[in-house]
Design a protein around this ligand. Structure first.
Ligand SMILES: [Zn+2]
Length: 163
């Protein structure tokens, strides 16, 4: 197939306005962006990444605040953030990371009702790349390619977290 992306597809994505939580839907149904389904935590590709390799790590439970996490969930969440960073290091060789939480719309949370950590790999000089990735037409292609690169590593991780 020659055409890896199509503008109408992007319009479709941008016009998608559903009440479905992307995390709960990603865990239960839609696998396109979901890299890991653990017992208590999950990892997804960000559909609208700041940069290639932008991952989201969330608890499986649909909760919005850190204080709603149980102790084991809190432990697994941070450990999944760490393991995701390790996988990105191995596969994408970034120079550093921004890791963080946006709590509430005012802080920039796109999906504020389901808690999630952002992991953004950074490379020296990547402010140029950020401009490139701001061109929405290239994003779906990059997401798919990056997903395929990362998925085998998360498959291995899934086996260990489930046991
Ligand atoms: Zn949810």
């Amino acid at each position: 197939m020659k055409t890896m992306w199509a503008p109408w597809r992007m319009e479709y994505i941008l016009s998608e306005k559903t009440d479905v939580c992307v995390f709960c839907d990603g865990f239960a149904n839609n696998d396109d962006l979901t890299l890991l389904k653990g017992n208590d935590t999950m990892v997804m590709m960000n559909k609208f990444p700041y940069i290639n390799g932008h991952l989201l790590v969330a608890p499986v439970r649909h909760i919005s605040c850190l204080d709603q996490l149980s102790k084991p969930e809190m432990g697994e969440l941070l450990s999944t953030v760490d393991r995701s960073v390790q996988i990105l290091k191995e596969v994408m060789k970034p120079d550093g990371f921004n890791v963080g939480l946006n709590l509430g719309k005012v802080a920039g949370a796109g999906v504020e009702e389901h808690l999630h950590f952002h992991i953004v790999p950074r490379w020296f000089g990547d402010t140029n790349a950020l401009t490139v990735f701001a061109d929405v037409r290239v994003i779906p292609e990059h997401i798919k390619a990056t997903y395929d690169n990362l998925k085998p590593y998360f498959n291995k991780l899934e086996l260990t977290t489930k046991n």
